[in-house]
Design a protein around this ligand. Structure first.
Ligand SMILES: Cc1ncc(COP(=O)(O)O)c(C=O)c1O
Ligand SMILES: [Zn+2]
Length: 400
């Protein structure tokens, strides 16, 4: 093991194409891979074990793992205190439904109210480090708000392109951070097409999910935190609301990295990973269950869980790989069920969660009812957002 004093600020080493494995430089501005136009993934020099002492215990944010993150000069860090969110127990719902151990990581407590803060803090910090002046993003809502906030913090311009039907709170918050907001009829895929048109000259960095390599690195910190918060063991099942899939892919990447550097002992089993989608837009379910070869031609509809309305995720293959490698599964949840989940988490546990988080809870109930999940297994739910920005769509529905 290397002595702490000789450790670099970041172990970042290179990038590789997630499709064919071709390596590329991590030290210049990159988008998708040149060989396959697939997502690029960051690699670190993890050939030797790494002491847990590199975790900066003074740092109460995701930046406590800075050595395993890609920022080279911490002066470029755009941070609002993202990460290190609480891992809560859900004692009342666990007792009611018969779960031995039910945990919820509450990402709604992040700056700007969602887990998107992690990815955008990381991506904007790297954009600043690599000399970018402005960023553009297609978004279902939360990622746009986070981009706007972190660009304000970093002194970069932000252009946010979101569906016109997104609740007003999302675009209003973007305005307060000084971002340009474009509204588009359709889903995030239509926003993506508009981004490509607006940014045809490439003047702005396109921060679309997995079209640059660093949002993923921010998201992976959820995996590091889960392991640290559970004292270096992991739950048996982890449920995540998958849209573009960076969280699912990032958490799994974190688990692999921790195995490599010895923070997770070889005998510690990895969780079965569950991707939860909205029945209104569930391309992954359709592909996973063999009803389509890929998400390419999938037609999605809007859902209360805006973040899950992603009909053509670029990371589909990577998400499927996580589900296969982990012996996981996919579940889709109806709109009414999300409201039921929001009511249950609100009334029984005091949590006002995003519909995405409520979908995850309802998926756990389904999997217990079907026997896929055993009552004695430890189950961890990721609530990815705060319910407040969705109020416009759920107002008046707190009672049946
Ligand atoms: C609250 C919330 N949950 C989940 C997601 C889906 O996240 P990912 O694209 O990482 O799968 C989003 C994305 O917009 C979101 O806003
Ligand atoms: Zn390739």
């Amino acid at each position: 093991m290397k002595p702490i004093s000789t450790l670099p600020v970041s172990f970042l080493q290179s990038l590789h194409c997630s499709h064919c494995g071709t390596p590329d430089s991590a030290f210049v501005l990159q988008h998708t891979s040149r060989c396959c136009q697939a997502p690029l993934v960051a690699d670190y020099d993890l050939t030797e074990p790494v002491s847990k002492e590199i975790i900066n215990q003074q740092e109460h944010s995701m930046w406590r793992y800075a050595a395993l993150l890609p920022l080279l000069n911490q002066a470029h860090r755009a941070s609002l205190g993202e990460g290190l969110t609480p891992l809560l127990t859900l004692p009342h719902l666990a007792a009611q439904y018969g779960f031995a151990s039910l945990l919820l990581k509450d990402e709604g407590q992040n700056p700007t109210g969602s887990f998107k803060a992690r990815g955008l803090s990381m991506a904007v910090s790297k954009a600043l480090e690599l000399g970018v002046k402005g960023c553009i993003i297609p978004t279902a809502g939360n990622a746009g708000v986070a981009l706007a906030a972190y660009c304000a913090r970093a002194g970069l311009s932000a252009t946010v392109v979101m569906p016109r039907h997104t609740p007003a709170a999302f675009r209003e918050e973007c305005y307060w951070y000084g971002a340009d907001v474009e509204l588009v009829d359709g889903l995030i895929s239509d926003c993506g097409a508009w981004v490509r048109q607006l940014n045809a000259q490439g003047a702005l960095l396109d921060i679309s999910t997995l079209k640059e390599p660093y949002r993923l690195e921010g998201k992976k910190t959820m995996g590091y935190e889960i392991a640290e918060q559970l004292e270096w063991r992991l739950p048996e099942v982890l449920l995540y609301p998958a849209g573009g899939g960076t969280g699912l892919i990032g958490i799994w990447k974190a688990f692999q990295e921790m195995k490599k550097i010895g923070w997770l002992a070889p005998e510690v089993p990895l969780p079965r990973m569950v991707a939860v989608q909205a029945a209104n837009c569930c391309p992954l379910v359709e592909t996973y269950e063999g009803r389509q070869a890929s998400c390419q031609g999938y037609q999605g509809r809007p859902t209360l869980a805006n973040g899950l309305a992603v009909p053509h995720p670029l990371g589909e293959a990577l998400m499927l790989q996580v589900l296969h490698e982990s012996n996981g599964t996919v579940v889709s949840i109806q709109e009414e069920e999300m409201l039921t989940g929001m009511r249950e988490l609100g009334r029984r546990e005091g949590l006002f969660v995003a519909p995405e988080g409520a979908a995850v809870w309802m998926a756990a109930r389904h999997l217990l009812a079907t026997g896929w999940l055993r009552a004695d297994e430890q189950v961890l739910l990721l609530n990815t957002g705060n319910g407040q920005k969705y109020l416009e769509n759920v107002a008046g529905r707190a009672h049946h």
